[in-house]
Design a binder for this molecule. Structure first.
Ligand code: ADP
Ligand code: MG
Length: 701
């Protein structure tokens, strides 16, 4: 059976060399097995008949029973004609329209005989019409042997133009099931099938292509989606196990002076339980012989920095160096200032390296790095330069991972024979199951608790027409000694226009909040790093009341006295960006506010985004909505999109099945890591075949 399925597709009756070529090129179908696994992307339910008074505009294809009572040719424009038939049932009437093939159609239409029409409806004023419907007399219709749910396969323009229509694919599929007698072998172990009440592989494949009802179709889908996700999870988890086995790491066996001294004498606050748990997880990772590769997720303000710092202390305690890489200079600077404060009490040598570090300073850094007297290096991409050579890098912390490509990350790697432990910190909340699928070979820690005493940020949505009231509110807050952010969108395609928006905004804010009573900072991407720092410093020292900025402040900026975040043209921001921006306030003891300013014209997606922001402060909840609106590819950034190449599963829609598949895969591998048991033989064979293709490995370092 296996061999028959590997037959080249052109040998299937009805295909041949020409169509074979097209199927390969357009759909990637090379063999019988590829065609079997070519799934419809939707189905037309032909079990249901509509009445004319039930029709809705732009609905999917519908079928209606009725009769044609009148046919006429209507002229329109110059020399243009169309054929129009009046079709009625007992609830109303509608028009059938043809723009081409009039003569032939006119001859084939029968007046006053009961027939079934099928097609898409559009409304025209109060009336509906259907263009180029399929028509069958009732007597024919009752005899036709079409399956109740009609599959619609993905197609391309070339295919349609070359006559490989949906109907043709359908026929080929029938032929294939005939030739192979649908003897598809079972791929999942019997106990799993029983436990999950899955239908057999053979039945699933049959019903995905030829479903008799919505019910069997749902069962077929569930079985195939589960299977696809299950195999991916088996691969990801196995890869993780192998990595832990094979990639040696520096075992940090000692918890020494640095860590203990800091923990006992210099902690600036009590750690939250979540922070404690995560530090434990990291300690246990780095204490083993394997290299740590861990993703640390925590909402903005959840306190990831101290976790990173204490992890670094463990590296130092074991005689190693540590580094922290941030995506922007501002952020690197902030980390440097913050960590220097923490490090001060411990006599740690800590330095910063960015694009604007002076040459003399660089020399010192290079030298100290190589002779090992520099303990911690903070920086930007500059850390990846070839000249930067650590004596013994033990831990690399990477902040805000989604801004660094995979390639860049592995560059840090190559600097050492034994790779450093890697801790990737991100404030982009990714639902856990999804993160596990996309970053399957990273372990994941989550800080799911904010430090105590934080007041939830109050978020409101205001239209531009209410600006006067908003400005009044700002004056009141400033009078109370608070500071304000006003952020303008920056979207690369229209950078010029955005810059103008920002400058116009700055001017009008300056006019409404004039010197000497008020002072305003401005921050944008085109400024020199030194100027940026200076402006940032003025604001964080409280010398200015308002910071007008682009999204450069999105990540990491920390000014506890800033209590209001105004986001201009908020409809132009994505949800995760809005949430990141909002996270800039709410860091002090005072009640904080986020005001989303938009025009009145909002798309329904924009409306959902604003409502979500107003309703919740929970990053994970927001991520869920974001996922629904955008799909996972977008969320992860373009580099990750499409990497999994899923046949039938959808990581967002099917995330419950994903979680189920993951749990079963974990359980299976825990009991039988090598899939050696007899009941796993089939599984193992498929697994080996899949791993050969390596189709899912190339997206992560
Ligand atoms: P993020 O996870 O966004 O990087 P930070 O590490 O910058 O968050 O922490 C945000 C703020 O919360 C900082 O001012 C930090 O000092 C403070 N903080 C962190 N952990 C605690 C804690 N357990 N108790 C009180 N304050 C904390
Ligand atoms: Mg941070």
């Amino acid at each position: 059976m296996q061999n028959l399925l590997l037959t080249p597709i052109e040998y299937l009756k009805g295909v041949g060399p020409n169509r074979g070529e097209l199927l390969r090129k357009e759909l990637g179908i090379y063999k019988y097995v590829d065609l079997v696994n070519f799934f419809p992307n939707r189905y037309i339910d032909r079990t249901r008949y509509y009445k004319i008074n039930e029709l809705q505009n732009n609905s999917a294809e519908v079928q209606i029973i009725g009769k044609i009572i009148n046919i006429k040719t209507v002229e329109f424009g110059r020399n243009q004609k169309r054929l129009v038939a009046t079709f009625v049932d007992d609830t109303g009437q509608m028009e059938l329209v043809w723009f081409q093939g009039h003569k032939w159609i006119r001859e084939s239409l029968k007046l006053n005989e009961i027939c079934v029409i099928f097609g898409k409806c559009t409304s025209f004023g109060n009336a509906f019409n259907m263009a180029h419907p399929e028509i069958e007399l009732m007597s024919e219709h009752e005899q036709s042997l079409r399956s109740a749910m009609q599959p619609v396969y993905p197609s391309t323009e070339t295919l349609t133009n070359r006559g490989i229509t949906n109907r043709v694919i359908n026929k080929l599929m029938q032929q294939l099931f005939l030739e192979t007698q649908a003897l598809f072998t079972e791929t999942l172990p019997e106990y799993l099938i029983n436990e999950l009440k899955l239908i057999p592989k053979k039945a699933a494949l049959f019903n995905i292509h030829f479903p008799k009802s919505a019910d069997v179709l749902a069962k077929a889908k569930f079985r195939l989606i589960f299977e696809e996700l299950f195999f991916i999870q088996l691969q990801l988890i196995t890869k993780n196990l192998i990595r832990k086995h094979k990639i040696k790491g520096h075992p940090f066996t000692t918890v020494g002076e640095y860590f203990n001294d800091f923990y006992q004498n210099h902690l600036p606050f009590q750690l939250t339980n979540a922070q404690k748990r995560v530090i434990k997880e990291i300690r246990s990772d780095m204490g083993s012989n394997a290299q740590m590769n861990r993703l640390l997720q925590g909402d903005v303000g959840s306190g990831k920095t101290i976790v990173a710092f204490m992890s670094m202390l463990l590296a130092l305690d074991n005689g190693f160096q540590a580094c922290l890489m941030a995506p922007t200079e501002i952020l690197a600077n902030q980390h440097f200032i913050g960590l220097s404060e923490l490090a001060e009490t411990l006599n740690i040598n800590i330095r910063i390296l960015t694009g604007s570090t002076k040459i003399a300073q660089r020399r010192i850094i290079h030298e100290e790095l190589e002779n090992g007297t520099l303990h911690i290096l903070i920086g930007t991409h500059a850390l990846l330069e070839d000249k930067v050579k650590f004596k013994n890098l033990g831990l690399a912390v990477i902040d805000e991972q989604h801004r660094f490509g995979v390639e860049q990350r592995s560059k840090l790697w190559k600097k050492n024979a034994i790779p450093p432990h890697v801790l990737v910190m991100t404030a982009t909340p990714i639902p856990r199951t999804l993160a596990m699928s996309l970053y399957g070979d990273l372990d994941i820690s989550v800080i799911d608790e904010l430090p105590p005493g934080r007041k939830p940020i109050q978020t409101v949505h205001r239209f531009d027409s209410n600006r006067l009231k908003v400005w009044k509110f700002l004056r009141d807050e400033i009078a109370l000694g608070r500071q304000i952010y006003i952020v303008y969108p920056l979207i690369q395609e229209s950078e010029k226009m955005d810059f103008k928006d920002l400058m116009d905004g700055y001017e009008s804010v300056s006019r409404d909040f004039p010197l000497p009573q008020y002072s305003i900072s401005i921050l944008h991407g085109k400024m020199k790093p030194a100027d940026k720092d200076a402006e940032m410093k003025r604001f964080s020292e409280g010398k200015t009341n308002i910071m007008v900025a682009t999204t450069v402040i999105e990540v990491g900026v920390n000014v506890p006295n800033a209590s209001v975040m105004i986001i201009e043209s908020a409809e132009r921001f994505g949800l995760s960006q809005l949430h990141q921006l909002r996270g800039r306030v709410g860091r002090g003891a005072e009640q904080s506010y986020c005001i989303l300013m938009t025009s009145h014209k909002l798309s329904s997606d924009s409306k959902t985004r604003m409502e979500t922001m107003v309703q919740t402060n929970d990053g994970f909840e927001i991520a869920e909505v974001d996922l629904k609106l955008r799909g996972p590819g977008d969320l992860m950034g373009t580099q990750q999109s499409g990497v999994l190449n899923l046949q039938i599963a959808d990581l967002v829609r099917d995330r419950d099945i994903l979680a189920l598949a993951r749990n079963y895969a974990l359980k299976l591998l825990k009991e039988d890591a090598g899939m050696q048991k007899p009941e796993h033989a089939a599984l193992r064979a498929i697994f080996i075949e899949m791993t050969k293709k390596k189709n899912i490995w190339n997206y992560i370092s």
